[in-house]
Design a binder for this molecule. Structure first.
Ligand code: ATP
Length: 356
């Protein structure tokens, strides 16, 4: 069992007054793929480095498989790491790069050869084993770094933005490869990224971080569909969630002077911030009860779908329509907000309202 328990972890760097990690607690199950996601400076790498033993916490604790590792030196933690920079040794051939951790652990040569062959096969590096890293593409080099990390049978795999040096196309193909490989291994994994699509695609769970704290921890669809606050809704998704200010009334929600149906169980009355995803808004040519008038400002064909930017009262929203839509810029449209897709947030705190 290599579950990870992080208990009330606080990290204040020497000379700083800010908490880079502020009272972080989480349980990562054995075999789980946990993604730490958030904007630059929110404390993702700091948390990963404390699990790795490269930084010590100011207070709090970390246990792996029931063993307290908070203050253990790096080499006693049985972890593997893959970092942003490929971190492969340029003067060693691919096979010796992959074998590095195994040699350090003084495994018999036959076992090393067997494991290197296994990892090379898994990562499709077989034809390149005798090359030097300079003779590889960026994606192949990154695969070497991953191969080196997975051969050592570590309890936990830690990855810090491992795909960020790859171009967009390679990133996409390597992302699914990585998911397949880590899924096969079943190793408990903690993965840092600021790329929300990477987080949604890879994570069994995603911890969305902001200013040293966890804003929300949940499954990818849970954080996409039910963001805990407007920060999470605005960070997750491409485009991010739309927000519109309105007023809850007994007859529904008033938005820009038009009444739309409230979601089931919506509370009382008063100011409210509505969140709705671009793909949930429905475009109609004609006005009707429950629709909000809007003007199309921009039409962006994206291939699989088309993205509209539309003006609604004082706000702008993004609306996803089918690629074959004939809507043009300047056109007046009427937006339907299906009540079940509407999320309500407190306009003061930004926190979601739990519907009864
Ligand atoms: P990025 O995505 O840019 O890598 P991050 O979310 O990983 O960001 P961290 O690197 O964990 O963020 O940094 C969290 C906070 O701690 C930041 O305010 C950063 O400036 C600060 N910090 C990080 N490392 C140190 C350090 N060695 N000394 C002092 N402050 C640091």
């Amino acid at each position: 069992m290599a579950d990870i328990v992080i208990d009330n972890l606080v990290k204040v760097y020497p000379g700083s007054t800010e908490r880079a990690n502020d009272s972080i607690s989480m349980h990562i199950a054995d075999g789980e793929f946990m993604v730490l996601l958030g904007p630059s400076g929110c404390g993702k790498t700091t948390l990963l480095r404390q699990i790795a033993g490269l930084e010590l916490p100011t207070s709090g604790g970390i246990a792996v498989g029931g063993r307290d590792i908070t203050y253990l030196p790096v080499h006693q933690r049985n972890l593997s790491m893959v970092f942003q920079s490929y971190a492969v040794f340029p003067h060693r051939r691919v096979r010796h790069n992959i074998a590095f951790g195994l040699k350090m652990r003084k495994l018999p040569q036959a076992e090393i050869d067997q494991k290197v062959a296994w990892a090379a096969d898994l990562l499709q590096l077989g034809p390149y084993l005798d090359r030097f890293p300079a003779q590889l593409s960026g994606g192949q080099r990154q695969r070497v770094a991953v191969a080196r990390a997975i051969v050592v049978d570590a309890d936990v795999l830690l990855m810090d933005e491992p795909l960020s040096n790859l171009d967009a196309l390679l990133r996409l193909s390597f992302r699914s490869e990585l998911k397949r490989i880590v899924g096969q291994l079943g190793t408990t994994t903690v993965y840092v990224t600021h790329d929300q699509s990477e987080a949604l695609s890879l994570g069994d769970s995603v911890a969305v971080m902001r200013a040293g704290k966890i804003s929300q921890l949940g499954g990818p669809l849970e954080i996409y569909n039910h963001p805990a606050d407007t920060f999470v809704g605005g960070f997750i998704g491409s485009p991010p969630m739309n927000f519109l200010d309105g007023t809850l009334t007994p007859g529904g929600i008033s938005i820009a002077g038009h009444l739309v149906d409230a979601p089931p169980g919506a509370p009382g009355q008063g100011a409210v911030r509505i969140g709705i995803r671009a793909e949930s808004l429905v475009v109609h040519p004609d006005p009707a009860a429950g629709r909000v008038p809007a003007e199309v400002l921009v039409v962006e064909p994206l291939g699989a779908a088309t993205l509209l930017t539309a003006q609604v009262g004082q706000s702008q929203v993004k609306v996803q329509v089918p690629a074959e839509s004939t809507v043009t810029a300047g056109q007046a449209i009427h937006l339907e907000l299906p009540p079940r897709a509407v999320r309500l947030f407190d306009p003061e705190t930004g926190l979601t309202w739990t519907l009864s």
